[in-house]
Design a protein around this ligand. Structure first.
Ligand code: ADP
Ligand code: MG
Length: 728
């Protein structure tokens, strides 16, 4: 056994669960490190408190003078909690979060020093951001980027730093982050959904898009993770033969949580409580050492911030527990991958979940309106939805023998299918009183308030209605939720705007009653969006064929899927709603393609290194042992040696065969990379990495994994799957 592998494994034997201090009542510490309403009431003047609340609730502007009062209050609150620094906290298009700490500390003229944090520093900062991806935006416009305070997401303390959630934009106004377009999309859906909700209840003045994510992840002992160059550099294993025991016994899912992992979770959850992240659920997932964590849902912008923050906190807390968290969508071949289900709904300021069926026919007509409009939106923009979750790592799930498939479809369950089938039959034009009564009594009125038990049966659907919300399951575990949530909210907003125009038109021009108009338009939408509904097995070949017939896209790779981000339809959608300009969309497209190519490039390099510098030399060492053995047998037994050394000779040949395959494939892969690197067009570059470089991975891996089975375990340098997956 290589010394690295030996020490790594040995170290895991010394691990004891890291002790954690957990309050008996979590509610007592919830939000203790958040500048929330309670803290604001205590530290802000009445005037500035009102001003922040106005910005949160109605998007009103905060005056500069008031900002000075707010920053002073924030600083006092933070210092009282031992904070020394502040940072604008933002989410650039790298996928990670960014922070640059500045001390409150400042010197003054008389040579002494004070702690200072002014309104200017709260409201706006200019990070030296030239190294963040911008897709050419800042080069083209020669503009600098700045971060600006987002008062709708409260400031929080992490460690000894006050973190202020901000947007990151170019001076010319283009968004350079995930949050800016999300905020624009959320504002748009608020307007669009409020206008439609008013058909049913005049008192509605605001609609909030809600998000509850479910984060899946793997925990691997940090010493074992460090012993694998692929995990360290690429976040996943690029080779490794499957363990004799994997997940086939289904003994991990919802099983009892191992002590070390549980202590990690408790510690993590305590941190989450302090930060106001309302985590609630924890359990073992399907694969060994795979887990899930889910919060109570929140307003989408806050939920997105909380997920980004959580991923950072998870990695930091893991360090204390000698774990490495793997967020990658497919860290281990042959076992379950990780996703991040995005549960999404719309809530009114009157306390109604617009995707929750109600107790009266009228409430149910409202439910059906939002439900069917969502179906129509997903139907019309299925390619964009697919593009919103595309990444090199998520390609291992979508369309690659893993749930869910790369084809976007919606599962709604048999009860709602029956309701839609009935609605499809309503009369064209004005409805007779009898028909309306029948509809109210037998169709709309029959939707049970509790659908939960009758939906959510289909785990293969990428987009499922689960009783009172839609669950977008195809989102990858590494993803920033802002990307898919921007797309989803934008397209549903657009759909609701179109719906309202139609209804108002029918009421005005055709003199239809409101209900008649709604039934008529919904009927057409049901027909138009039939192809997106699928209740069957999403994994099978049969569905691929059927989906093709229905004209649904099936983009299995990221370069292919991303094209929809800059299609005419997408540009019209986002520009029409003022969510993103063409320049912003093209920049994002460029950044994501480039990131894709870089990820494949890194994986190619790491795999080449491991295979050539770790696997082949080890195989040769073992082959030499075999050769010595054969030589020895020959020395002792003379010409009879062949009878005794037949199997050894076969092993020697097999090893040579695998070595040859590995080496030639690596040479060819490097040649393919060299060719690719000469390409300056990013779209072509990504396609070449996808089509010409990536295919070598599987071939190289195959032969390395075969060698792992042949070579003496004592010599094998890489920590094996059984060790990575079953160390607890
Ligand atoms: P399950 O675990 O069976 O998928 P849950 O009802 O426990 O279903 O919900 C899972 C996730 O859905 C949780 O994160 C929860 O907060 C979220 N969720 C529930 N209701 C809503 C809603 N109205 N809007 C957004 N997310 C929601
Ligand atoms: Mg779920």
């Amino acid at each position: 056994m290589s010394t690295l592998r030996f020490h790594a494994i040995k170290e895991t034997f010394n691990r004891t669960p890291f002790p954690v201090d957990e309050p008996a009542r979590r509610s007592a510490i919830f939000g203790a490190n958040v500048f929330n309403e309670t803290a604001m009431r205590q530290y802000l003047t009445k005037n500035s408190y009102k001003s922040v609340m106005g910005a949160i609730e109605n998007g009103t502007k905060i005056e500069r003078q008031v900002a000075d009062q707010i920053s002073t209050g924030m600083k006092e609150w933070a210092i009282a909690k031992g904070v020394t620094h502040y940072t604008h906290w933002f989410q650039p298009l790298t996928g990670a979060t960014a922070e640059k700490h500045d001390a409150f500390f400042e010197t003054i003229e008389d040579g002494t020093a004070i702690e200072k944090f002014g309104g200017g520093q709260l409201v706006q900062q200019e990070p030296d951001a030239s190294s963040f991806p911008n897709g050419g935006i800042r080069n083209t416009f020669e503009a600098r980027g700045y971060t600006a305070w987002d008062p709708t997401s409260p400031a929080f303390i992490y460690g000894t730093t006050l973190c202020i959630p901000t947007v990151f934009v170019a001076y010319t106004g283009e968004a350079l982050d995930y949050k800016t377009p999300l905020l624009r999309a959320l504002q748009t859906i608020d307007g669009a959904a409020t206008a439609v909700a008013k058909y049913f209840d005049k008192n509605v003045t605001k609609v909030t898009a809600t998000l509850g994510w479910e984060q899946e992840y793997f925990l691997v002992d940090s010493a074992l993770a460090a012993s694998r160059p692929d995990i360290s550099l690429a976040g996943r294993t690029l080779l490794g033969h499957s363990s004799a025991k994997g997940q086939q016994l289904d003994d991990h899912y919802f099983g009892s949580i191992p002590a070390r992992a549980l202590n990690y979770m408790r510690d993590l959850e305590t941190e989450c409580m302090l930060l106001g992240i309302p985590v609630k659920t924890r359990h073992n997932e399907v694969a060994p050492n795979q887990f899930e964590l889910a919060p109570i849902f929140e307003e989408s912008n806050l939920a997105v911030d909380h997920n980004s923050l959580l991923m950072d906190v998870m990695s930091k807390v893991a360090h204390r527990h000698n774990f490495k968290v793997l967020f990658h969508e497919k860290p281990f071949a042959g076992v379950n991958g990780s996703g991040k289900h995005n549960n999404w709904s719309l809530a009114t300021d009157t306390g109604v979940n617009l995707l929750g069926p109600g107790s009266t026919p009228m409430k149910n007509l409202q439910f059906l309106t939002f439900f069917i409009n969502t179906l129509k939106a997903v139907n019309d923009h299925e390619e964009l939805i697919r593009a919103s979750i595309a990444s090199a790592s998520n390609d291992h799930r979508l369309g690659a023998n893993e749930a869910p498939p790369a084809i976007i479809s919606v599962f709604i369950g048999s009860q709602l299918t029956a309701v839609l089938d009935e609605l499809e039959k309503v009369t064209n034009g004005k409805l007779s009183p009898q028909e309306k009564t029948d509809l109210k009594l037998n169709v709309v009125g029959k939707i049970p308030e509790i659908l939960l038990d009758n939906t959510d049966r289909n785990r293969t659907s990428p987009f499922a209605f689960t009783g009172n919300k839609f669950e977008f399951r195809a989102v990858g575990s590494t993803a920033n939720c802002a990307n898919p949530m921007t797309v989803l909210n934008a397209m549903v907003a657009k759909q609701l705007i179109d719906f309202k125009i139609k209804i108002d038109g029918l009421i005005k021009d055709e003199k239809m009653k409101k209900d008649d108009a709604i039934f008529n338009v919904l009927r057409e939408y049901i027909k138009d969006s039939k192809r997106i509904r699928f209740e069957g097995d999403g994994y099978g070949d049969a569905w691929e064929k059927e989906a093709k017939k229905r004209g649904l896209s099936n983009h299995k790779t990221t370069p292919d899927a991303l094209k929809a981000k800059v299609s005419k339809k997408t540009v019209a959608l986002f520009e029409g709603l003022d969510i993103m300009s063409k320049v912003e969309m093209e920049a994002r497209y460029e950044i994501e393609l480039e990131e894709y190519a870089k990820r494949i490039q890194i994986e190619g390099r790491v795999l080449g290194d491991i295979a050539r510098n770790h696997v082949i030399p080890t195989a040769i060492k073992y082959q030499n042992i075999l050769i010595q053995n054969v030589q020895g047998l020959k020395d002792i037994y003379g010409k009879d040696f062949k009878k005794l050394s037949g199997e050894q000779m076969r092993l020697i040949e097999q090893i040579s065969g695998h070595i040859a395959k590995i080496n030639t494939n690596i040479t060819d892969m490097i040649d393919a990379r060299k060719k690719a690197n000469k390409i300056s067009n990013t779209s072509k570059l990504a396609i070449v990495y996808c089509d010409d470089v990536r295919p070598y991975f599987e071939e190289i891996r195959y032969h390395c994994d075969k060698l792992e089975l042949l070579v003496d375990d004592e010599l094998w340098p890489l920590t094996k799957y059984r060790e990575l997956l079953f160390t607890k």
